[in-house]
Design a protein around this ligand. Structure first.
Ligand code: ADP
Ligand code: ADP
Length: 226
């Protein structure tokens, strides 16, 4: 079964910009899928529309077998990680990770327990009482991933989460993301403008242009010279 099915998905912003133009795409269950393309082609809009942070102007979004086109983000079973991680600076790592569970009205003991277990899986146990300002870039990234994972979403949406890391941390983070995919089988959609990143990580790549998918295939298919 497809994890994500997009049919004629269209997004026109109030200023008239057509960021998604009747886009069709299917992403398989457990797939690590990269969205590649130049700045302004609609990658972030596509991710935000799948997440429900933007409502589409036309077409449909299905997650698994559910039509979520008009559902709010909290009812879509997806988690999104942003480029700047968007951690709460005044909260500890523990509270940052537990935050989405609080929004979902999970009881305090239960959410502290889930946060601690997720932190353990990501090697963050020693950092639970620190605040984001006391962490390295790589550690902040792992906290952002832990926060997204704590709800055990079906779909993980990553918007260039590695772009602020230096080369060494980026390599570490890639290895780490692949491990998550292997061990948890979460479907991941990953936005990047970096070909090497897409090659290193993706099962399949979609190349976007002007709000549409220009090409989709395995890295070998997409990067094969004609
Ligand atoms: P990418 O992530 O590939 O850089 P975006 O999805 O951010 O592309 O943007 C696609 C197009 O939509 C661009 O022309 C951008 O300027 C426009 N756009 C993005 N967000 C908004 C917005 N909130 N309001 C109006 N136009 C937007
Ligand atoms: P990226 O290219 O990484 O997606 P941008 O710098 O294009 O990031 O966009 C940053 C923010 O500004 C996003 O929230 C996007 O929706 C918004 N934005 C982008 N283009 C426009 C636009 N033309 N008008 C209004 N908001 C925009």
């Amino acid at each position: 079964m497809a994890a994500i099915t997009l049919r004629e998905l269209t997004k026109v912003y109030p200023n008239g910009v057509r960021a998604l133009d009747a886009l069709d795409l299917e992403i398989a269950d457990g797939e690590f899928f990269a969205l590649l393309g130049p700045s302004g082609c609609g990658k972030t809009t596509l991710l935000r529309t799948i997440a429900g942070l933007e409502l589409s102007s036309g077409g449909s979004v299905r997650i698994g077998d559910r039509d979520v086109t008009s559902l709010p983000p909290g009812q879509r079973d997806v988690a999104m990680v942003f480029q700047d991680y968007a951690l709460f600076p005044h909260m500890t790592v523990r509270d940052n990770i537990a935050y989405p569970l609080r929004i979902k009205k999970v009881g305090k003991a239960d959410r502290q327990d889930k946060a601690a277990r997720t932190a353990d899986e990501l090697g963050l146990s020693a950092l639970l009482d620190r605040r984001p300002g006391q962490l390295s870039g790589g550690q902040q990234q792992r906290v952002a991933l832990a926060r997204a994972m704590a709800c055990h979403p079906q779909v993980f949406l990553l918007d260039e989460p590695l772009s602020n890391l230096d080369a060494r941390l980026r390599l570490e983070a890639r290895t780490f993301l692949k491990r998550l995919q292997r061990e948890l089988g979460v479907t991941t959609v990953f936005v990047t403008h970096d070909q090497a990143e897409a090659l290193a990580l993706a099962d399949r790549i979609a190349v976007m242009e002007g709000g549409r998918i220009r090409q989709v295939g395995t890295p070998t298919e997409v990067f094969r010279r004609p």
